[in-house]
Design a protein around this ligand. Structure first.
Ligand code: FE2
Length: 192
């Protein structure tokens, strides 16, 4: 079964995100879904034809992680937007962040600091499935830096396409707008 793109049109109208920016972003996301399916198809064909010991197979295999993560990270990102940005005091996620970081403000400061790293990629609040530790991780491009076996809880896109249309180089203003629109219930549902 090929992957199908999810419709995130309900996010249009979100404060701090223009319709033009969101529509461009949805189109980019749909491209990752299409390419994930395409790469899967081609790799499947190469396997069936016994063409795996080829440079084409090797390069496409490497490419797959980039396309697939580009697809899935966008789903996690759009999926944790559209809320009011209010982390409910006493909720499971609030308690876990406070316990891990010594206060939700400290977690938020670190999350924003990771989101401000120079370069293009993602900032992901991860939970280690073994032991439950929470940490903010920088992901280069789409595929470099994911901690094996950890669960993505909250995902922030910091590729330039995610903000430049609305914010130019002011990434901090975009991150502030992102924080105001987090759907913390969606994020909390990803906790183990
Ligand atoms: Fe993106």
């Amino acid at each position: 079964m090929p992957y199908a793109a999810t419709d995130y049109g309900k996010l249009i109208g979100m404060e701090g995100f223009s319709e033009a920016l969101l529509k461009n972003h949805f189109t980019l996301y749909q491209g990752y879904v299409a390419n994930t399916n395409k790469v899967l198809d081609i790799l499947g064909g190469m396997l069936a034809e016994g063409r795996t010991a080829t440079p084409e197979y090797a390069e496409l295999k490497r490419r797959f992680g980039w396309e697939w993560n580009g697809m899935r990270l966008h789903e996690l990102y759009f999926g944790n937007l559209g809320g009011k940005g209010a982390l409910e005091p006493g909720s499971r996620l609030e308690k876990a962040l406070a316990a891990q970081f010594g206060g939700v403000e400290k977690w938020e400061a670190d999350f924003k600091a990771v989101g401000s790293l120079r370069g293009i990629g993602w900032t992901v609040l991860y939970q280690d499935r073994e032991g439950g530790r929470l940490f903010n991780q920088w992901i280069n491009e789409h595929d470099a830096g994911h901690p094996a076996g950890a669960n993505p809880v909250l995902v922030l896109d910091v590729f330039e396409h995610a903000f430049m249309v609305d914010y130019g180089l002011k990434r901090a203003d975009y991150i502030a707008a992102f924080m105001k629109n987090i759907d913390y219930k969606a994020a909390e549902a990803r906790l183990a």
